[in-house]
Design a protein around this ligand. Structure first.
Ligand code: SF4
Length: 361
């Protein structure tokens, strides 16, 4: 993880003071007993997760859900949860759920002063870039990403020197430092369009090697790339997916373009997180869908597609799973960990993101 952010948590007169000078009152730690009131208020939320959380476990989660939802109002905070968060976070405390860019963009519309990012560090940075006046907290500063950590801003400067005149397109799964050195950002859904928007014959698309290879299959533009990989998606193999097809040829295989090309070659559909969800939700009742991505996504979208049977090869992202209900509670109580991006770097990184957004529109 780059050091584009830091935690500042000085205390003055009992209040918590953040980097922008704002003061926040200390709030007493709530009781975490599973009372009748907690059971009653959280019962509708349990209905959303009952297929994933056994009834016997709910009294452990419910007091946190109850306390976090009350605390959010007290702090005027909004919780953003990535699709790879666990169901009790995604369905029970999140105000906005989606992929990383969706979250940051949606956060610009909320009235809350504070964003609690339930995702990994680069996502919290992106939220801060697009919402500079808001306080952005991440419940565990160690929630990194193998892809984002594969490259630094200095690496991008060296790439630019070695490839003069070649546009640099950076995947949004990168630090603010890397975005700041790039010409434009892209997501997995718009990467082909962004690459072709320059009208040149060669583009650097970094840092995901497999995304770059999957994009290269769809364009005549020559794609240069970097050796970064998502440690979740790179583990899937064509062999394991074909074994599912052998058992039931009707299974629809849906893969994320961060998977190796041998995997996307055997998929029935390849698309971004949102593209995968749209494809899965468009299936008829009774369909069997094998989601080749992080394990929690199938659990989180199951409620929207009750007639679809999701088959999960199940690779978990250990970084996403650092975020838990107890840490979210601590984050709201203690206003930690604050994500701070150097303003000059933020301005340059924001431009790269905004260029992408404007191109899309
Ligand atoms: S799933 Fe992959 S790209 Fe996403 S945070 Fe985890 S390691 Fe990074």
């Amino acid at each position: 993880m780059t050091l584009a952010s830091q935690t500042i948590l000085p205390e003055q007169g009992g209040d918590i003071v953040l980097s922008n000078g704002n003061r926040y009152e200390r709030i007493e730690r709530p009781s975490l007993e599973y009372t009748d009131e907690v059971a009653r208020v959280t019962a509708p939320l349990y209905e959303k997760v009952r297929h994933h959380i056994p009834e016997i476990e709910w009294p452990v989660h419910a007091p946190y859900v109850y306390a976090i939802n009350r605390l959010k109002k007290q702090r005027n905070a909004a919780i953003l949860a990535h699709n790879y968060q666990t169901p009790e976070i995604y369905h029970c405390v999140a105000d906005i759920a989606g992929d990383s860019l969706q979250l940051a963009m949606e956060a610009t519309k909320v009235e809350a002063d504070i964003i609690v990012q339930c995702g990994v560090h680069f996502m919290a940075e992106t939220s801060k870039l697009l919402n500079p006046s808001k306080v952005v907290l991440i419940p565990d500063m160690r929630a990194g990403c193998s892809l984002a950590d594969s490259i630094t801003g200095e690496d991008v400067r060296l790439l630019r020197e070695a490839n003069p005149g070649v546009p640099i397109v950076t995947y949004v799964n990168t630090s603010a430092d890397v975005k700041a050195e790039s010409d434009i950002c892209c997501t997995s859904s718009n990467a082909v369009a962004i690459v072709e928007s320059f009208g040149v014959d060669k583009v650097l698309l970094i840092p995901d090697e497999y995304l770059a290879q999957n994009v290269a299959k769809q364009t005549d533009v020559k794609i240069l790339t970097w050796k970064g990989h998502c440690e979740v998606h790179e583990r899937f193999t064509a062999e394991e997916l074909l074994a599912y097809k052998d058992i039931d040829p009707a299974i629809q295989i849906i893969a994320h373009p961060e998977c190796p090309t041998e995997v996307t070659a055997v998929a029935d559909f390849t698309g971004s997180t949102k593209g995968m969800i749209d494809f899965a939700l468009g299936q008829k009742p009774g369909a069997k869908v094998l989601l080749v991505t992080e394990c929690s996504m199938a659990s989180n979208i199951q409620e929207q597609a009750p007639g679809v049977e999701f088959i999960k090869p199940c690779n978990l992202c250990p970084h996403m799973k650092r975020i838990t209900l107890p840490k979210i509670l601590d984050s709201l109580l203690d206003m930690k960990e604050e994500v701070v991006v150097d303003p000059l770097m933020a301005a340059r990184a924001r431009k790269a993101v905004e260029r992408m957004v404007n191109l899309k529109n």
